[in-house]
Ligand binder design. Structure first.
Ligand code: 6GU
Length: 224
């Protein structure tokens, strides 16, 4: 998978893409990340990428040329082009699974209230990560990258994400490791029993209980 980030702040990506599992996925050749600073594609001598809105009003609007010219440079004819904005389709685990099978993904990151409407024509999807406003799409695209890349076969063990919250439609059951007792808090006996069927039942019940308490909406969704 190739992932491209059109951004005015490529330095924001450095720590995230060069750490942990995202880094390991690239080292294994399973994904390639590329940031493009679309300021470099401005077609004016001050490298200006935004301008005042026609018709007046507060805030600046991202000009179309730098974004179109950066897209020309990438030159892909089959890519998911994701325009990051709070009014987009809500990102979720199902959407992450869908995107994890793509060959090429482009994130276009701008500012809220800030895209010239013609930029939207470049996008296959408009995407939001939740109902709150961020100063730009970068952090949202990083969260999405993390959720997508871990689903690419070979990045982590399949069993690690088959039981994920949201993949199963329920929240995860509790986990314990050593020690058996810590500051008076004990590991439930069933986990030490060696009885795999009983352990599976316990985990299922705990998942169900936790989902009922915290996210009853997930259970209602499953019943539809
Ligand atoms: Cl994708 N962008 C911005 N600016 N704010 C957001 C968002 C995206 N998703 C949630 N809030």
């Amino acid at each position: 998978m190739n992932i491209y980030y059109l951004t005015l702040f490529p330095e924001m990506y450095e720590g995230i893409l060069s750490s942990s599992i995202l880094k390991r996925a690239e080292d294994k050749g399973l994904v390639n990340y590329q940031t493009l600073n679309f300021r470099e594609y401005a077609n004016n001598k001050h490298n200006q990428v935004d301008d005042y809105p026609y018709g007046g009003g507060a805030g600046m609007v991202l000009k179309p040329e730098p974004v179109y010219r950066a897209m020309d440079e990438i030159d892909l004819d089959n890519a998911r082009v994701l325009l990051m904005c709070p009014s987009g389709r809500r990102f979720d685990q199902t959407f992450a699974e869908e995107l994890s099978t793509e060959e090429n993904i482009v994130f276009i990151n701008g500012h809220y209230e800030g895209y010239d409407e013609r930029i939207r024509k470049l996008a296959t999807d408009e995407v939001s990560i939740g109902d709150y406003v961020l100063t730009g799409g970068e952090i949202a695209s990083m969260a999405m990258t993390d959720a997508i890349v871990r689903l690419i076969p070979g990045v982590i063990q399949k069993e690690s994400h088959e039981n994920d919250s949201f993949s199963t439609g329920m929240l995860e059951h509790p986990h314990y490791t050593r020690p058996r007792e810590y500051r008076g808090m004990k590991v439930p006996d069933v986990l030490l029993s060696g009885d795999h069927k009983k352990i599976e039942e316990w985990r299922y019940e705990e998942s169900l209980k936790r989902t009922r308490e915290r996210r009853p909406d997930l259970l209602e969704e499953n019943e539809k």
